[in-house]
Design a protein around this ligand. Sequence first.
Ligand code: NAD
Length: 480
Amino acid sequence: MVQTRITLAYGDGIGPEIMRAVRRILEAAGAPLVYDVVEMGETVYRRGVLSGIPPEAWEVIRANRVLLKAPMTTPQGGGYKSINVTLRISLGLFANVRPCKAYAPFVTSLHPGMDVVIIRENEEDLYGGIEHRQTREVTQVLKLISYPGTHSIVRYAFEYARAYGRRKVTCMTKDNIMKITDGLFHRVFREISQEYPDIQAEHQIIDIGAARLAAAPETLDVIVTPNLYGDILSDVAAQLTGSVGLAGSSNIGREAAMFEAIHGSAPDIAGKGIANPSGLLQAAVQMLVHVGQGETAALINNAWLCTLEDGIHTADIYREGLSRRRVNTDAFADAVIERLGREPERLRPARFQQASISIGGAPERTARKALCGVDVFLDWSEGERDPARLGRQVEGLVSSPLKLQMITNRGVKVYPEGLPETFRTDHWRCRFVAEDGGEIDFSRVIDLLWRLHQAGLEVIQTENLYTFDGERGYSPGQGE
Ligand code: NAD
């Protein structure tokens, strides 16, 4: 059998204990793997490498393209970067796949029938880390949702559903509020769903969707969602299954993939040898399926299910009257190894067909882009923050072909005809558009900025207003 070279990182805290246990199980199952161990995490951070990943580890990770990683501890403060975010973004791991399944009645769960897979976009949204403090009172973060990024994750979700025999994909966004960014995600979902008539497609607003996930997860199957919502939903879902110690996740890219438990390095129990290795073992099972070793994956997963059925439980899932034996990490691994070759009697045995998921690239988007105005953001707190005063001053500075359309404060229109009750910070957005509603030249924007600056107004940001094939590429102000 062809051997696959993979990279192993033993991690921090409970990482080395659970990785040793998982490696023993992989070896006992005869998984045709060759292991290259790399050092990353706390010891590397302490040597002053801010990313926590030394150059020699990068070389191995990039050459092998498959990484099984134990949890790492990111030291607080000191400018240290999260290893996970660095790996995801540097290796283009666009899809975070987290199956969340209950193992009732053997592991106590609030929702015994739960079997949900959360597919979270992994590179975009609010995780670009583009944040600014713009005025004394106001901060901002940029939320970026791209067409190619959305196309990849939505396509992946449908291909995943088809490959694993899932019946429904639910998209969750907040596009009733964020009509352009989340609206793009929802629109791409609708478009791509047309190509999968065999799979039911639905959309839910994230707030009610999250509530349904918590109250009735058996109504959901595969969920696809932008990065932040997915981050929150997937922790809620994992907890609902019974223990954070049970779930594994995959981070999938076009060129590389990374597999890990969903939990952290658990410093409170590190060194005691009592951690549950199941989350990392589930990650290893997903890795075996990914590299085309579905049979070994099923062999290990079924032995693990038998261990749960036999009531051999680590402390986090041990329940008096339900469990039979409370075991430590090593004894749990021994129990799994003893059961290799057996199939569970009551839990459904695992079968992994060879699923190669290919998503292709997003089609190129063409549209005629035209500049039709500009939003100019000002830091202003004069004259008791009276919007009419600012409005009159700005109207005296703008000239044809631009006109002042409105001023907003935190997105709410305050001029002309605002409400006196609207709270006003020191952060103002003045929207200028072409008088005739047509196109303008960018030199007009520069001219306007120069006039505002000359008049002593502090410009902190500008945002050009475009149309695409005549369709507005910007949102109206609240109350406009
Ligand atoms: P955690 O997941 O490490 O621990 C939360 C709780 O769950 C603790 O009580 C812990 O004992 C328990 N727990 C976790 N895994 C367990 C297991 N396998 N068996 C039994 N019990 C388990 O979360 P935390 O305490 O918030 O974070 C600790 C450290 O882990 C932090 O430094 C954080 O940055 C890091 N972290 C790393 C990753 C990663 O590498 N992917 C993910 C999350 C957190």
